[in-house]
Ligand binder design. Sequence first.
Ligand code: ASP
Length: 345
Amino acid sequence: MRIALVATGGTISSVTLGDGSRSASLQGAELVAASGLPSDIDVRVSDLRPRGSYSFSLSDMSEIVDAVATALLDEVDGVVVTHGTDTLEETAMLADIRLHDARPVVFTGAQRTSDETDADGARNLRDAVTVATSPQARGRGVLIAFGGHVLAARATTKTDTTALDAFRPAVRTDIGMVRDGVFAPTNDSAGRLTPHLPGAGPAARVEIIHAYGGMGRTLLDACRNAGVDGLIVQGTGSGNGNPDVLAALPELRAAGIVTVITSRVPSGPLAARYSRSGGGRDLVDAGAILSTDLRASQARVLLATLLDAGASVREMRAAFAPDAAASSPSTSSRITPPSIIKELS
Ligand code: ASP
């Protein structure tokens, strides 16, 4: 079996410095050497400069996805990416959007540095390699192997700052587990849910606003004045706003800004159910797009990519509602596309 390892830094590659702080410094070959991988696995390592993932921009994430795409040009059974946990869900989402290859691409990382007692990185790396070399992991989109769990990258977020199984799906279920070095799928029906959008970038500017009781228009207006391309509103509950958010939507639309509603609640599906007073139904009727599964960090990556690709509003609604037929376009106007997407479902 042959896999490629793209090493990008994060806690899995960090060591503790004299002042007690942690710094990403180990190279991929050092991670492999410490992981106790079976000797019949041939690992081809590509190193990007090791860094904390909290410092990654979208263009850094794009560089990582490019490195994965390059690794897939080789005859490998799968690719493993070691990554800091803080923004792992974002880079994994971008990879899920940009790559289209049945071979497994598996992200992993660690909560504890390699020099801590009970470090979790070596096991996570072994598990990720197990999944990357497993025929049962093929064709399921980009995956995350962490703390024994195997999860679809789509709609998975980091939910705990220290727990060893920090990643949880916001909706749906785990793809499977790795037990005793064997990948055991628990969800055989899980396949790709994300439209394939190859390309560079994304370069579109998308900001995130966290909603709260009594939220006014200050931040929405600031984003409009700043000329952003898109906005993610982390609404309350199943995707609700309030009268001020509702009142701001026509002006955002008039300024060509696409607004996507998600939730500040970490898990559970979203639905546009409530009307009057700026509930989710009102927001969708006023032209906002409901993200039925993605939370803000991943919704931002998807929206930026869709905007770069010149997707229509209908295509965006479909991309944000993979489990159902896209909700009717209601009053939305089309975005003038700089290019036409042919591969969006
Ligand atoms: N806490 C992070 C990690 O687990 C730091 C980072 O994202 O690089 O790797």
